[in-house]
Ligand binder design. Structure first.
Ligand code: DOR
Length: 462
């Protein structure tokens, strides 16, 4: 007998087909049958989920997640990362290859895919290394990686610094049609910088990374995409200058796409100051004139690329709104507490981002920076477009025949971030204790309910 799920009575918002209406979503045998119409003849024995008063969208897609397995399972496993994903409304996550060993061969890719199917939560799409061992010397075997299921190539965490190698990576990627995803950071400029090269780094006496470290490599990569015809996806863009470069590349019709993280949209360099005590409450930049707390600095805000200035966040929000930026991606980077409870220079770069992403992005909607449909587009059909076919037809959309992946949201629900309850092993977030508006209520993957906020709350772990 067919296995059906009916999500009833919600506001169905599916930007892939311009849908915004009160209606139902019917999923049978893992695939969408209909979305937005009222289903009066639901199959017998179908599971009914009430979504009255809630927003029902295609399952979110995260193009940029660090799962740490194999090799650093104390930070995260595929299973804990996938659970964090569905708690955050993500039904598909792309796994970055900076594992140990790195994902530069088919065997490691298969290992990650096996762990993902055992977890049975979000779809996990692996990104293969661009260079062997992520060493930036020889290209990885892209054809082998693509055949094993890689959806793109990246050395994320490190840039592809050698221009000739980047040229070759883009050239060879054309044989697979998959994007090269570069972490743009010119090492001779970023050096050992731990924060943005600005007043906060100066005040704390720390080396900074100038905006030009990112922008110079983005400019280079855009010209190499023009030269080769290879698809360039710019990871985690963080500066107003990068945004201008991407905008101009798109105007030129080049095959260039870009993503931004929730933290680079909202947080600024001031968050690295130890001026807020845990639980301080509001999502406003720490007061730069407030006295420093006992800690004097906050390693939870150390991330690469670094948090920048208000001019940058404003430009990035505008770029997300106007479509220059295709997707919101979390750069979920879980670390242990010992990786973070140390000096700023010793601390690992990274923010645990899957479980706060919607609350942060919806904050932009709440303060009138963009409408909900645009925000949802950048979490669904936007990233699906970056992945291209066959993914674009099957995820990030509720068109009939697509995978039955659905996220149910309450954009009005306020909640306080408590990282001790995260499903992720990584509790490293600067927004711990902050009140966010916008909550993921249910997540459905292939027609199966894999996250229910109420159930998670009864277990004491929402
Ligand atoms: O902050 C970051 N953390 N940026 C990266 O590019 C890598 C990531 C990680 O793997 O921890």
């Amino acid at each position: 007998m067919a296995d059906s799920t009916l999500i009833k009575g919600g506001r169905v918002v599916d930007p892939s087909q311009g849908l915004d209406t009160i209606g139902d979503v019917l999923i049978t045998d893992g695939l969408v049958v209909s979305a937005g119409t009222i289903v009066n003849d639901a199959p017998k024995d179908c599971t009914v989920l009430d979504a009255t008063g809630l927003v029902v969208t295609p399952g979110f897609i995260d193009l940029h997640v660090h799962l740490r397995e194999p090799g650093q399972e104390d930070k995260e496993t595929v299973a804990t990362g996938a659970l964090a994903a569905v708690r955050g409304g993500f039904t598909t996550i792309c796994a970055m290859p900076n594992t140990e060993p790195p994902m530069d061969n088919a065997a490691v890719i298969r290992q990650v895919l096996d762990a993902a199917s055992q977890a049975g939560l979000a779809h996990v799409l692996p990104i293969g290394c661009a260079t062997r061992g992520r060493m930036g010397v020889d290209l990885a075997d892209m054809a082998e990686l693509a055949a094993a299921g890689a959806v793109g190539f990246s050395d994320d965490g490190s840039p592809i610094a050698d221009s000739g190698l980047m040229r070759n990576a883009l050239s060879y990627s054309t044989t697979t049609g998959l994007p090269v995803i570069n972490h743009c950071e010119e090492p001779s400029l970023s050096k050992d910088g731990v924060l943005h090269e600005g007043w906060v780094a100066s005040r704390l006496g720390l080396p900074g990374q100038p905006a030009a470290a990112e922008e110079s490599m983005v400019a280079r990569d855009i010209e190499l995409a023009a030269l080769t015809g290879g698809r360039l996806h710019v990871a985690h863009i963080s500066t107003a200058g990068t945004l201008k470069l991407v905008r101009r590349a798109k105007e030129r019709g080049l095959p260039v796409t870009a993503e931004v993280t929730p933290h680079h949209l909202i947080l600024t360099e001031e968050w690295a100051l130890g001026t807020i005590e845990a639980g301080a409450g509001e999502l406003t930049a720490p007061d730069k004139y407030a006295p420093l707390t006992r800690s004097a600095y906050d390693t939870r805000a150390k991330v690469n690329p670094p948090l920048r200035t208000e001019d940058d966040t404003e430009a990035l929000v505008a770029g997300l709104k106007d479509g220059t930026i295709d997707a919101v991606a979390t750069d979920h980077a879980p670390h242990t507490s010992t990786d973070k409870d140390c000096t700023m220079q010793e601390a690992a770069f990274g923010i645990s981002g899957l479980e706060t992403a919607f609350g942060l992005v919806n904050g932009l909607v709440d303060r009138g920076d963009m409408d909900l449909t645009t925000a949802i587009e950048r979490l669904t059909s936007g990233p699906a477009r970056v992945l291209g076919e066959p993914y674009q037809s099957s995820i990030g959309t509720l068109k009939p025949g697509a995978s039955g992946d659905v996220t149910v949201l309450d954009p009005d629900a306020e909640w306080v971030v408590d990282s001790s309850t995260f499903a992720s092993k990584g509790r490293n977030t600067p927004v711990d204790g902050i009140t966010l508006k916008g909550q993921v209520v249910k997540t459905i993957v292939g027609g199966r309910l894999v996250h229910d906020l109420q159930e998670a709350a009864t277990k004491g772990s929402a």
